[in-house]
Write a protein that binds this ligand. Structure first.
Ligand SMILES: O=C(O)CCC(=O)C(=O)O
Length: 326
């Protein structure tokens, strides 16, 4: 059962007042994944991507305060401010993660990506950028179901930073009122003797690749009901290349693109891709989109978006067969 959320715009001051006074509203609300670059532009120079060579450094890069180990920033940093007792349901992110506690305390449960299906990932086509598990570790029966797995459970306090490896399942509970930041990133391939992120998750490791393919086919399924899907298929290699450039800020190799195209075709049970329409002369291929992604940072100034968990909204229903026009 993947959770869904409602969004509401409120003034940050009101949100904080509610939080401090422990109002009922604050218990159902969470200021989640607020993109700092959009919402707090005054911090821009502190948040520049440190992934720069001496040749392409700008004067602002000299001011970058992001740690060196956050190599290629995929998305973020994001700000989270939550009331005691809030929890983010168990999910995986398609990027390396770094969770930093500025103030407060959070409990994190972490499980690897091995036997990905065994963690009851949501059905294909569910919305969003993450894959959510239907297990809730706050529930005794679900805890029982993960008993055979090795999990790491720990508390993070003010000043702690946790590396959440890509495609690791994690459930995060806010123990006391907490302000935290997180960031999604990938390896550049030129630092710390590491291979680049795409090679790490696509090339060598079969277990992580199963998780990636689950995520990737979920994106395919999200786009399938839309009227431009045939066109997407007719230009799939280009579409894949651009999609991953946007997601992971990396140019995939031809072999990587081919393998993702094959996974998509196998998933869709098609042997050939449709022919490109002779009138489709556009240089830019159609875009494969992450559907239902909450536009948390859109117009985030001066209001701030909050998502609200409600028990009755926890069932994430697929939209059915209707064709949506793109
Ligand atoms: O802090 C939270 O509530 C969730 C954070 C999270 O899921 C992450 O850092 O990937």
């Amino acid at each position: 059962m993947a959770p869904s959320t409602n969004q509401k715009k409120v003034k940050l001051q009101n949100y904080l007042d509610d939080l401090i006074s422990n109002s009922k509203t604050s218990k159902n609300s969470y200021l989640a994944a607020l993109n700092v670059k959009h919402a707090l532009p005054e911090l821009k120079t502190d948040l520049l991507n440190p992934d720069r060579t001496p040749d392409n450094q700008t004067p602002e890069d000299q001011n970058s305060h992001l740690p060196e180990y956050l190599q290629t920033i995929h998305h973020g940093p994001f700000l989270w401010i939550g009331q005691e007792g809030h929890h983010e349901y168990m999910h995986v992110d398609p990027d390396e993660g770094m969770l930093m506690i500025l103030h407060g305390k959070k409990k994190v449960c972490l499980f690897g990506y091995d036997d990905f299906q065994g963690m009851a990932p949501h059905s294909k086509g569910s919305s969003g950028r993450t894959i959510q598990s239907s297990f809730d570790l706050g529930c005794e029966t679900d805890l029982e179901k993960v008993k055979a797995r090795t999990g790491l459970i720990g508390e993070l306090n003010s000043g702690d930073i946790l590396y959440i490896p890509a495609f690791f399942w994690h459930q995060v509970t806010t123990i006391t009122k907490t302000v935290s930041l997180n960031c999604f990133w990938g390896q550049t391939g030129s630092n710390f003797n590491q291979e680049c992120y795409s090679a790490r998750v696509l090339d060598d490791n079969h277990e992580i690749r199963k998780a990636v393919d689950y995520w990737w086919t979920n994106i395919i399924e999200q786009n399938r009901p839309f009227s431009n899907f045939e066109r997407i298929l007719s230009r799939l290699p280009e579409v894949v290349w651009r999609f991953f450039l946007k997601q992971w800020k990396e140019e995939l190799t031809e072999k990587q693109v081919d393998s993702l195209v094959k996974v998509a075709m196998d998933y869709l049970k098609i042997e050939n891709l449709p022919e490109r329409d002779e009138n489709d002369n556009s240089k830019v291929p159609p875009e494969l989109k992450i559907r239902g992604l909450r536009e948390r940072h859109g117009n985030a100034i001066p209001s701030y978006s909050i998502h609200k968990n409600s028990e009755k909204n926890r069932l994430n229903k697929k939209t059915g067969e209707t064709k949506n026009v793109e």
